[in-house]
Design a protein around this ligand. Structure first.
Ligand SMILES: [Zn+2]
Length: 457
């Protein structure tokens, strides 16, 4: 057992002084609270940080391989052009080495940004076009999980079910639904007792999965008692597609399929109408919201106030960094609110009637809500949760001034202003140090950077 403490610790909804946390050898938090009630254990020492301990951020929706598009796709005219001209060509050619490099690069950057868990929505199951896009089962997913383990981030791999491919560019993703379910079951069994790795399922979308495939994935999730994700109503064309295939809107299509439940986590939800959002809220469905990606691709703005009012849990994701360009959940937190301001031309929108707590809402979306959306005990510092936390230098220029050590002002600065790569000094996953003094501790960062710099597509 080890004891961790700092000048401030985010506990019970606020940054507080004189808090200590005891972490067991299992990597779980045993106890957290007033320092005098959590003394140094007889079998371990105390690690005391200057600055503040926060729960690690949770990236609830990621496609790590897309980081290799960074710098290449800025000439895209719109979402469709971005997919057809850039995403599919990369998907068809990416080999094993490229897949591994992309995942290591994305996950390493996430850790240095203070992201301790990634919900990796993975669909590149088949071999490259040069090998005829032959099915490879779980080989590619295992490469991505291996990359996460090598850098030290917690990964929840959402193995995508993509049984509805219609375009040549989707040949890399296609699997029959029964094969996909069987492979997901195998992958979950393989990593059942491996630390910091869990496996879930994700039918890709209304256009990427058949009705039967979506229902089969939802049934698998129900059997396992885990959430499942599906891209839904991301761009305006998704409305036309749902109308042509299902004769209704995207949210109602899922209702027709009978897959709307508390296990459903819709990704994006930009073009859902008020009644669809209300129905999702009634079912206690979740949303993995990706504001920066939605901005970068010109998708639109999700009605987050309506989702919050309907009782939906909203988590945050960076989506594909080829669109987003960054893998920084703290940035997503601020853009949740700011995008609403652009749309509605007023302020403190997400907080609804509670004007003091906009930052708290957005902070929760990027931390504990991510844990809830992925079905993992992460994102908050409480007993029984994984000890996934970050240390920030509260004297970082981006976090000043402190307004007389006002902890609420500091939280507002963390959400609205923090330059994560400068402010995050140390990162722990399951009680293990994975970033120390702003450097990755488990991989040679310079070697990774050199390999990534040399890669080109
Ligand atoms: Zn996505």
């Amino acid at each position: 057992m080890r004891r961790f403490t700092a000048d401030l610790v985010f506990h019970d909804g606020r940054l507080r002084p004189d808090i200590a946390m005891l972490v067991g050898d299992s990597g779980r938090i045993v106890s957290i609270g007033p320092a005098e009630e959590n003394p140094e254990p007889a079998d371990g020492g105390t690690t005391r940080f200057e600055g503040a301990i926060l729960p690690g951020a949770v990236n609830a929706h990621s496609h790590a391989f897309q980081i290799l598009l960074r710098g290449k796709a800025d000439a895209a005219r719109d979402f469709r052009d971005w997919v057809d001209s850039y995403l599919y060509p990369l998907s068809l050619t990416l080999d094993e080495a490229g897949l591994e490099l992309a995942a290591r690069l994305a996950f390493a950057e996430m850790l240095k940004n203070g992201v301790t868990t990634v919900g990796e929505f993975f669909y590149l199951h088949n071999a490259p076009e040069s090998e005829g896009c032959a099915g490879r089962g779980n080989r590619n997913a295992e490469i991505v999980i291996g990359a996460a383990r090598s850098v030290g981030i917690r990964i929840h791999l959402l193995r995508c079910l993509y049984d509805g491919a219609e375009k040549p560019g989707q040949r890399r993703f296609f699997e029959p639904a029964d094969s996909a379910i069987a492979a997901t079951r195998d992958l979950a069994a393989t990593f059942e007792s491996v630390a910091h790795v869990t496996v879930g399922i994700a039918p890709h979308s209304l256009h990427g999965a058949t009705p039967e495939g979506i229902q089969a994935a939802a049934a698998y999730a129900a059997e396992c008692g885990t959430p499942f994700q599906i891209h839904l109503a991301e761009e305006e064309h998704d409305l036309e597609y749902a109308q042509s295939r299902y004769g209704t809107t995207p949210g109602r299509a899922l209702e027709q399929l009978g897959v709307v439940s508390e296990r459903l986590c819709v990704v994006h939800g930009v073009w859902l109408d008020a009644d669809e959002i209300a129905a999702l809220g009634t079912a206690e469905a979740k949303c993995a919201y990706n504001p920066v990606s939605n901005m970068a691709l010109g998708d639109g703005v999700t009605d987050i106030p309506a989702m919050v009012a309907a009782g939906m849990i909203v988590a945050l994701g960076c989506d594909g960094p080829g669109a987003n360009h960054q893998v920084n959940i703290w940035q997503e937190m601020r853009f949740v609110e700011w995008l609403q301001r652009v749309t509605l031309r007023r302020m403190n929108v997400v907080a609804l009637s509670d004007r003091a707590s906009t930052a708290n809402y957005c902070f929760e979306m990027g931390t504990v809500n991510g844990g809830t959306a992925l079905g993992l005990p992460v994102g908050s510092l409480e007993a029984e949760q994984w000890a996934d936390f970050v240390v920030i230098d509260t004297a970082d220029l981006s976090l000043l001034p402190h307004h007389g050590a006002d902890p609420d002002a500091l939280l507002h600065n963390i959400v609205n202003a923090m330059a994560a790569r400068g402010a995050v000094t140390d990162v722990y996953v399951g009680g293990r140090e994975v970033v120390g003094d702003r450097r990755l501790t488990r991989v040679d960062e310079r070697e990774l950077a050199r390999a990534a710099a040399e890669w080109q597509c």
